[in-house]
Design a protein around this ligand. Structure first.
Ligand code: C2E
Ligand code: MG
Ligand code: MG
Ligand code: MG
Length: 281
């Protein structure tokens, strides 16, 4: 409908909106195909115990190479997946793939390979999917114990539907899983949930960690999160550690775990396993 002949402004806007919608629709169609055809991969990034340097876990991060050979990052396609509901099959795929990978590493090690795997769960999944049943079924079918799995949630998951989320989280905990609050400090929720939910780990967002050595305010925020976690009996993971100096400072401040390019970038499963074999775990 072209009604604004006079200015042309509306028309331009409408065209852009249409293009955007069409582009998103295109991505959505391709993503649906990618999930079905196995074009998605998981990359694994180590999480280290800061005191000992040992790898304790790997975070599983989704990667998508499109049919045109373009490598898309999760920030490009996770929002589309969430809007379209495709996050449900994508999330199920990621959970199954991550747990299958740990089972595979155990087999190659001839026993417990010594690390757990952390999987991100979207707020939409918590609302729409029967997550605890899904996770329990996958663990069982691969013979993996729940203690080998960490679930990473963001504060948005809790804001969306507190009662339902609390119920699901308790069911996930009953499976023996660890619960981590991702990107802690960047959400809009109040802190009451820290008291009500069985959270094990606070992941301090990269925005507070990177550059904190040159920024007293960031140090103050990181310290506050660390002491809050300690008082509540929770562990902490600092995201985005890129330098030795940062690792040392965070260790001195009492942060439990660290994750970042200093240790390794997210790696294909085989490379992650090699890193694990080489490190003196
Ligand atoms: P996240 O869960 O906070 O994951 C950490 C992100 O920080 C990853 O980005 C990782 O590559 C990046 N990172 C780690 N260390 C460093 C560092 O030292 N420097 C810098 N600059 N970046 C670092 P990635 O892989 O692009 O993922 C972005 C976000 O997408 C994730 O943030 C997570 O929220 C979401 N995501 C990824 N995979 C999945 C998935 O399978 N399901 C869901 N629901 N979300 C996912
Ligand atoms: Mg995460
Ligand atoms: Mg995070
Ligand atoms: Mg983050």
């Amino acid at each position: 409908v072209k009604r604004s002949k006079k200015t042309g402004r509306t028309e331009v806007y409408q065209t852009r909106a249409f293009d955007l919608a069409r582009q998103e629709f295109g991505i959505e169609t391709e993503l649906r195909r990618a999930i079905d055809n196995g074009a998605l991969r998981l990359a694994f990034q180590p999480i280290c115990d800061l005191a000992t340097g040992r790898i304790v876990a790997f975070e599983a991060l989704s990667r998508w190479r499109t049919e045109q050979g373009v490598e898309l990052s999760p920030s490009d396609f996770i929002p589309v997946a969430e809007e379209s509901g495709l996050i449900v099959p994508l999330g199920r795929w990621a959970m199954a793939q991550a747990i299958e990978t740990v089972a595979e590493w155990d087999r190659r090690t001839g026993g417990d390979c010594g690390v757990s795997v952390a999987v991100n769960l979207s707020a939409i999944q918590l609302q729409r999917d029967r997550v605890a049943t899904m996770v329990g079924d996958i663990l069982e079918s691969h013979g993996v114990e729940g203690r080998r799995l960490t679930i990473e949630l963001t504060e948005s998951a809790i804001v969306a539907d507190p009662d339902r989320t609390a119920h699901t989280i308790r069911a996930l905990k009953e499976l023996g899983t660890t619960l981590a609050m991702d990107d802690f400090g960047t959400g809009y929720s109040n802190l009451a949930y820290l008291q009500k939910l069985p959270i094990d780990v606070l992941k301090i967002d990269r925005s507070f960690v990177s550059g904190m050595l040159a920024d007293r305010d960031k140090v103050a925020i990181v310290r506050a999160i660390l002491s809050l976690a300690q008082a509540l009996g929770m562990k902490t993971t600092a995201e985005g550690i890129e330098t030795n100096e940062l690792a040392q400072t965070l260790t001195a401040l009492g942060c439990t775990y660290g994750q970042g390019y200093l240790y390794a970038r997210p790696l294909p499963a085989d490379q992650a396993f090699r890193l694990l074999s080489l490190s003196k775990n």
